[in-house]
Write a protein that binds this ligand. Structure first.
Ligand code: GLN
Length: 198
């Protein structure tokens, strides 16, 4: 059984550990390089991408994580995690780091400053059993996705479609937070991705 880490610098770490354990895998928190070395997959949780980016520097995790991503480590980024995995980020701070593990451009806080959070049922490609209840909290959306990126779920706003769940090879990202709903299907999808790559 693979070991899946949850980046534990900031954000809703416990919810992801719990969801992963409930999905039947072994989950550990990751704060040091030695912990990162040991995992077969990694979740980057929601939180605040600019803060997490700064803490990755403080904990000397930027280069080690970059190296593991380059090696094809399976990763799942939720919300702030999606922002950190993106190739380009709009409306962020100039000093914020992003890893470019996904060929996407995301806009932070895309649903508007006054929209703190909302929920919506979404069809999610590759997830059986009906729509996924998606909880968005100051969420980004995907403004551009490259040709190698699969769009798994999208929301519609003002006649436009915005991707909110994407996959590119071993990298999965959602704008929303499946770890808070008790629906384990997105975590199961990621656990399957980690098993496949093992
Ligand atoms: N707005 C946050 C950011 O830009 C993301 C919010 C979240 O992760 N729930 O990092």
């Amino acid at each position: 059984e693979p070991t899946i880490g949850v980046l534990a610098l900031q954000g809703d770490v416990r919810e992801h550990l719990h969801a992963l354990e409930s999905a039947g895998t072994h989950a550990v928190s990751v704060r040091r390089t030695t912990e990162l070395d040991r995992v077969d997959g990694l979740v980057i949780p929601g939180g605040e991408s600019t803060t997490m980016s700064r803490l990755l520097g403080v904990f000397d995790l930027l280069d080690p994580l970059r190296a593991r991503l380059k090696d094809g480590l399976p990763v799942y980024g939720s919300c702030a995690g999606m922002i950190l995995l993106a190739g380009e980020v709009l409306d962020t701070r100039p000093d914020a780091v992003n890893f470019g593990a996904l060929d996407i451009t995301v806009r932070r806080n895309a649903f508007g400053r006054q929209v703190d959070s909302f929920e919506e049922d979404l069809d999610f490609a590759g997830v059986d059993g009906g729509p996924v209840r998606a909880v968005f909290i100051r969420a980004p959306w995907v403004e551009y996705a490259g040709p190698d990126v699969q769009v798994l779920a999208a929301v519609h706003r003002g006649g436009a479609e915005h991707a909110v769940a994407v996959r590119q090879g071993p990298v999965l990202a959602t704008s929303f937070h499946p770890e808070v709903t008790g629906d384990l299907r997105v975590h199961r999808l990621f656990v399957d991705m980690v098993r496949e790559s093992a």
